[in-house]
Ligand binder design. Structure first.
Ligand code: AMP
Length: 118
């Protein structure tokens, strides 16, 4: 699937649409989900143009891949979730019901979460 540079996260990365920013570094931007499904629901997105996890792990450099996962761990820690626990999730493709075609990792926490798949 080709990258659609008009997707909403591309617009957020370009600063055309605002977001409630949590964290940013050279590799990623993280912001609160607009429709939170848990008390803490953060999205972490790589800064490059990657549709899915397969696209990212095929095309991104090792530092970019490490940067994304390091940021996820750091953000969870910064949010105080390490003790209480949290869940990460990345939908990829239609069976997963991925809505936004720019790779994003959800971080859910702040309450005892439901079953793994709902
Ligand atoms: P997914 O179904 O994994 O593609 O998740 C897309 C997520 O993006 C959903 O949880 C939406 O609530 C969230 N979302 C959509 N538009 C925005 C936006 N402008 N700012 C923050 N989160 C958004």
């Amino acid at each position: 699937m080709a990258y659609d540079s008009e997707n909403i996260f591309a617009k957020i990365l370009r600063g055309e649409i605002p977001c409630n920013k949590v964290y940013e570094d050279e590799f990623v931007l993280a912001f609160h989900d607009i429709n939170p499904l848990a008390p803490i629901h953060i999205l972490v997105i790589p800064k490059g143009e990657y549709v899915s996890m397969a696209d990212f792990t095929t095309k991104a450099s090792a530092p970019q891949i490490a940067g994304l996962f390091r940021a996820v761990g750091q953000i969870a820690q910064d949010q105080g979730l390490d003790q209480s626990g949290y869940r990460i999730l990345a939908n990829s493709g239609s069976d997963s019901r991925q809505e936004v075609p720019h790779l994003h990792i959800h971080i859910f926490g702040g309450k005892r979460l439901g079953p793994m798949l709902t």
